[in-house]
Design a protein around this ligand. Structure first.
Ligand code: SAH
Length: 190
């Protein structure tokens, strides 16, 4: 995993997703080097870079041009640029132009989660995975309801990470924001 401090950051773009959360996402994505990955809301590129280290077919979308620019810089910094196609635009429209894929990561939806999951599900290959990272309870609930409707094999994980800070008197644990991971696997025999 790439350390959080090895990313170029910007005050106007969210991310990178914290290293421990990236570990979980990558582990649950069951990524192979043949997989096609779509990362909606690439932000700083936290997850995009991790995907790109493991497969050369990554499509990363963000509607914020600054996010695309920042992800591009981070890819360049880590020598991963030729493994990712960066697309600036709203995922609602841009997703229609993509080939079918094995992994769909949704890290930002801008209020269109339902539609993004629906479009994503239709383009997902058999045994493909959808992963949604939610900082809001409502997002997690919406994602759960939607994946249920598609009869996906689901998993929901809430990750509360604290990091120890070594101070003079001992080790003080400092909490990160809890994140809910909602995941589904597409099974065609359903
Ligand atoms: N996973 C990223 C952080 C994601 S922040 C990282 O590790 O660096 C969420 C991003 O989703 C924001 O940059 C926002 O611009 C983008 N976003 C939200 N809704 C979107 C949509 N409908 N289409 C494309 N990008 C979207």
């Amino acid at each position: 995993m790439i350390s959080d401090h090895d990313f170029i950051k910007s005050s106007t773009v969210p991310g990178p997703t914290k290293e421990e959360i990236r570990c979980l996402v990558l582990c649950k994505s069951q990524l192979s080097s043949q997989d096609i990955v779509v990362d909606i809301g690439c932000g700083t590129g936290g997850l995009t870079l991790e995907f790109a280290k493991r497969t050369s077919q990554v499509y990363s979308l963000d509607r914020n041009p600054e996010a695309i620019n920042l992800t591009s810089k981070n890819l360049e910094k880590h020598g991963l640029k030729d493994r990712v196609r960066l697309i600036c635009g709203d995922a609602k429209e841009e997703m229609d132009k993509l080939p079918d894929f094995n992994v769909l990561m949704i890290g930002g939806s801008g209020g269109d989660l339902d539609l993004l999951i629906e479009k994503g599900y239709n383009k997902l290959k058999n045994n493909g995975r959808i992963i949604i990272t939610a900082i809001l309870l409502e997002t997690a609930l919406d994602a759960i309801e939607k994946l249920k409707k598609f009869d996906m094999d689901m998993e929901v994980i809430n990750a509360s990470i604290s990091r120890g800070k070594i101070i003079e008197r001992g080790t003080m644990m400092l909490a990160e924001n809890p994140i809910t991971l909602v995941m589904g696997v597409k099974r065609n025999y359903h």
